[in-house]
Design a protein around this ligand. Structure first.
Ligand SMILES: [Zn+2]
Length: 1009
């Protein structure tokens, strides 16, 4: 960046009516904070805790007592209080925590396993020393309601006491737990829910979804065996313990003689110690204890006040090699975040390494727990992120459950800014590929590391699957919680900073921090401060970018006489930057306020090779191919095509031609040499193609397959995505013929009103013109036949009990058939285990007995029966069971394995039911599954066969969805009468095109912190 100009003035003159309106609006905003109504409605309760707790490390239990001072600063009289009892989230499999974990990771024993179960009990609530009535909420055992004997009036104070006992779960499910004798003690004590202007905010413990708590003081005494080392929220009050930690930190000789990564726990000493921690103006207290911790200590001077903060890191041998360098990470983050947001709010900060099962790291006031990190860079990043929460969570106590963007989004922005300041030249490959040769091969060696976040977000945004940034945590799909809150919101605040400039943005953030420190800010409070501090109408950001999924897509139309014509093709009318470029270097950057339609923009004089919107990738531009224009040349808007072997991450500024050389073989074509070509499948695009032409040496002809599709993604319409596609197929057939097929299709994917709803539906229609396979097989000259297909598909994509329902019809010149197919998985314990149930019913509304294979097939279809040439069959026209490849089938319709097609197979109607199951136990890795198929069709009803009912049972084995062998061991009499011996019933499934059909989704880099 060489030259940064704020260029709003010119635009203001052109658009004076808008400007007048805006000035009025800004005026309103500036005066708004002075109105009495808004300043009087804010209040916050005060909750002061005194807790004594003892750790029993033989039974993994806590026993404690708690005294709470609750001060009612609200204008309301309270008759009851809600208390959180979050360890009860681990008490059974019906809690919100359990349900989230099960939905995310599949059916499992979870809290029915005594080791994983956690709970809080022995509660004995007294208010002002009097017994009170209290009850757990129905179906929410982690929340209780305490009924006050005497109402609590405005300004009055209550003393609430209780004993409590916590069973600490094994720490493999969420945030609270122990791994052996290493303890992560968070969300562990009875705690009042927040009561604010909008009422009570009682909330169950969740994994995806954080917290909201009242500020107050904590005075906590922790008693445990004397040889534990403890990291905790607050300030340690024991002189002796502090000296012990200083000594541990001072002696770093252990670094040279570092033992095994998996050091055992030393025996706990019989002697107990009690550690006291105190702190004011915090809203939570967490502690971590391990007898094996190494300790390092540092100091950091805050840039604003010069105040000194003590920093500590605690870690085990397991990650000591990385953590021995962690003090500077902590200190750098505290320094930079203090500079950007205002001074760090507390006197010390501790980062603890521990086994963590909820994300990469978890924040608590003054302390964070960090899971296992891959390398120094990742450790620096996750520590920085968690330290960022000292502002956006600890001090600014927003409702994280309702507005996760206010803590995670802004923290991610700080993290990204920190990382780009610390590692300005970090490349994506260094983090995600870690091999320069590979990176060069895939042409990603120059991609900056931050592009990964953009690409991850794009994969969802281009498919029209975004959700607004201001939703509650549990309204998001798991993927979107990460992509909208961390990636997109993180990018968004960075965008706002780039637009405002660092100094103005930082001033506004400082204001926000100082006004709302130790309070409960709402999104509007943040907006008000930004708009009053900057004097700008930021509704494009706070209303549209945060509150909707409006998309940003500015497009360069033409360039003439130092003026650039830009068209807004998106819905978001937000500012954007234009730059003049020479090669990759930016000559100027000019910000333009958002507009609808087209606008001519003045370009500062200069000799630029190219003009480009947002070359620094600051704005969430959905399409970047239309962002640039060259100042000379015949086709100034054309983007050069980048060729790439196989596939690669796609730079959104480039057009790709990716190619995969391939060989192929079919009996008719013989050996084939060819090439698959596509324009990338990691990032969805409006126009997509995949063509795979081959030269066939046997018949000296062309063979292959190709598909082009165009995707339309309207904004907030009934249809989420419409895909128009055109497919062509040509392969050799017997008698030196060729089989041709052309297919034109339309797929309409519907929007769902709530994205977390796992039900999706689509309708489709296809027109197909294909060589008449019946004629080909009779060695006649094949004519083209036409087919029409229509269908409706309802799919539930959850991990537990997913299903797919398809209602479809197909017609040709001489037949019409309609059918219903349901595939349902009854999930067992374990992520993919289950009973697969398939139901199929179909009837021919019009039938052509001349060509039997148009009717419903009882068995899986072999190559000669695939009249639409589906599937890849190396020896498609071989007759069963003549050769190995003739055993290849594709299951559809009746779905029987035994080859009953010839005599009993094709029917006017059929109903079938199939079952395939995992073997009992944890058998995901044993590739054998038993199956049972049942079928009824119109044969046997008066055709001399004594029963219309078919059954078979057997085993299938193989690599799922790619190569499978089916062996029907037991068959019904009517099947037996037409299929001969067992060996003549063995069939195989070979799905070569699984790879084409599956859309690779790189989950790399998506992490919750
Ligand atoms: Zn976070």
């Amino acid at each position: 960046m060489k030259n940064k100009i704020f260029y709003t003035l010119n635009l203001m003159i052109i658009h004076y009516p808008i400007v007048i309106w805006r000035l009025l609006f800004i005026g309103l905003i500036i005066f708004a904070p002075f109105s009495k109504a808004s300043s009087q409605t804010y209040f916050q309760q005060e909750v002061n805790y005194q807790i004594n707790v003892t750790l029993n490390d033989r039974h993994h239990e806590l026993s404690g007592s708690e005294t709470i001072e609750y001060i009612n600063n609200s204008p309301d009289t309270l008759h009851f209080l809600y208390f959180h009892l979050w360890p009860n989230g681990y008490s059974n499999n019906n809690t919100e925590l359990a349900q989230q974990l099960i939905n995310l990771k599949g059916k499992q024993k979870l809290f029915n396993d005594p080791e994983l179960k956690g709970s809080i009990d022995s509660l004995d609530f007294k208010v002002n020393n009097e017994q009170v009535r209290w009850n757990l909420l129905p179906n929410q055992p982690d929340i209780c309601q305490i009924w006050l004997n005497k109402a609590l009036k405005t300004g009055d104070t209550l003393k609430i006491t209780t004993l409590f006992h916590v069973k600490i779960p094994k720490g493999v499910t969420s945030r609270l737990g122990h791994i052996g004798e290493s303890y992560q003690i968070s969300q562990w004590y009875p705690k009042p829910a927040v009561y604010d202007q909008t009422g009570w905010h009682q909330m169950s413990n969740q994994d995806q979804g954080e917290f909201y708590s009242e500020f107050g003081s904590f005075d906590v005494n922790i008693t445990l065996p004397a040889n534990y080392i403890v990291g905790a929220t607050g300030n340690l009050q024991n002189q002796q313990e502090a000296e012990m930690l200083d000594q541990l930190a001072a002696d770093t000789t252990w670094i040279k003689k570092l033992g095994s990564e998996k050091a055992d726990f030393p025996p706990s000493s019989a002697k107990m110690k009690t550690l006291r921690y105190t702190e004011n103006k915090i809203h939570d207290f967490a502690w971590f204890a391990d007898k094996r911790f190494h300790v390092l200590k540092g100091k950091v001077k805050l840039p604003g006040s010069g105040r000194e903060v003590t920093t500590l890191v605690m870690f085990t041998n397991q990650q000591a090699k990385l953590w021995k360098d962690a003090i500077p990470y902590v200190n750098n983050a505290i320094t930079l975040f203090s500079k950007w947001n205002g001074d760090y709010p507390y006197q010390n900060f501790t980062a603890v390494q521990s086994a963590l099962s909820a994300g990469d790291g978890m924040e608590y006031p003054g302390i964070t727990v960090i899971g296992l990190a891959d390398d120094a860079y990742a450790l620096d990043e996750v520590i920085a992120h968690e330290i960022g929460h000292s502002w956006f969570y600890s001090a600014l106590g927003s409702n994280e459950r309702r507005y996760p963007f206010m803590d995670e989004g802004i923290t991610s922005t700080n993290e990204v800014r920190y990382m780009s300041e610390r590692y300005p030249n970090k490349k994506l490959w260094e983090v995600n590929v870690k091999n320069l040769k590979l990176a060069k091969f895939f042409h990603i060696d120059q991609m900056p590391v931050k592009l990964m976040r953009e690409l991850e977000w794009l994969s969802q945004a281009r498919d029209n699957l975004e959700q607004p940034i201001n939703l509650p945590a549990d309204d998001y799909t798991t993927l979107n919680y990460s992509l909208m809150i961390y990636n997109k919101a993180g990018m968004g605040f960075n965008y706002l900073r780039a637009y405002l400039g660092d100094s103005l943005y930082d001033l506004a953030m400082h204001d926000y921090y100082h006004q709302w420190k130790f309070k409960h800010p709402q999104p509007n409070d943040l907006r008000q401060i930004f708009e009053s501090r900057t004097g700008k109408d930021l509704s494009w950001f706070f209303s549209d970018f945060i509150g909707t999924t409006k998309r940003m897509d500015y497009s360069v139309m033409s360039y003439r006489n130092q003026k650039l014509l830009v068209k807004n093709k998106g819905e978001l009318m937000s500012p954007f930057a234009i730059s003049g470029m020479i090669g990759d270097s930016i000559c100027f950057e000019k910000w333009v306020d958002g507009f609808a339609g087209e606008q001519w923009i003045d370009i500062p004089p200069g000799n630029y090779a190219e003009l480009k919107i947002d070359p620094r990738h600051i704005t969430p531009e959905l399409f970047r191919l239309n962002n640039n224009i060259r100042t000379s040349g015949l086709f100034p808007k054309a983007d050069p095509i980048r060729k790439q072997l196989y596939f690669s991450l796609e730079d959104p500024e480039k057009r790709y031609l990716m190619y995969i050389p391939g060989v192929n073989w079919t009996r008719e074509n013989g050996f084939m040499l060819g090439m698959a070509m596509h324009n990338g499948f990691l990032t969805p695009k409006p126009f997509e193609y995949f063509v795979m032409p081959f030269y066939a040496f046997h018949n000296s002809d062309l063979a292959g397959f190709g598909k082009i599709s165009y995707n339309i993604t309207p904004y907030r319409k009934l249809i989420r995505k419409a895909t128009i596609s055109l497919e062509g197929t040509q392969f050799g057939a017997p008698d030196n013929q060729n089989y041709h097929k052309i297919k034109a299709g339309l797929d309409l994917f519907f929007s769902t009103n709530k994205m977390s709803n796992p039900l999706t539906h689509k309708i489709y229609g296809n027109y197909i013109s294909a060589s008449n396979l019946f004629q080909i097989e009779r060695l006649e000259k094949a004519k083209m036949s036409s087919f029409l297909q229509f269908g409706y598909q309802l799919e539930k994509t959850s991990i537990i009990n997913p299903f797919k329902l398809l209602v479809s019809s197909e017609s040709g010149q001489s037949f019409l058939k309609t059918s219903v197919e349901l595939n349902y998985k009854l999930s067992y314990y374990g992520k993919k285990n289950g009973l697969d149930i398939r139901f199929f019913a179909g009837t021919m509304l019009k039938n052509n007995p001349e060509i039997p294979f148009y009717a419903f097939s009882a068995s899986g279809r072999t190559g000669p029966e695939q009249y639409l040439f589906q599937g890849t069959y190396p020896d498609r026209f071989s007759v069963f069971p003549g050769s190995f490849w003739s055993r290849q089938v594709t299951f559809s319709e009746g779905g029987l394995v035994s080859p009953v097609t010839n005599k009993l197979g094709y029917s006017r109607w059929l109903i079938s039911l199939s079952f395939t199951s995992n073997l009992p136990g944890n058998s995901n890795w044993i590739p054998i599954k038993p199956f049972v198929n049942l079928l009824m069709n119109d044969h046997g009803l008066g055709t001399g066969h004594n029963s219309p009912f078919f059954y078979e049972a057997g085993l299938k084995a193989g690599l799922w969805n790619f190569f499978e062998i089916y062996m029907p061991l037991v068959v019904s009499g009517n099947i037996g009468s037409v299929t001969g011996q067992f060996k003549d019933r063995i069939r195989l499934v070979f799905k070569l095109d699984t790879f084409n059909q599956s859309k690779l989704n790189s989950g790399t880099g998506i992490r919750i912190k």
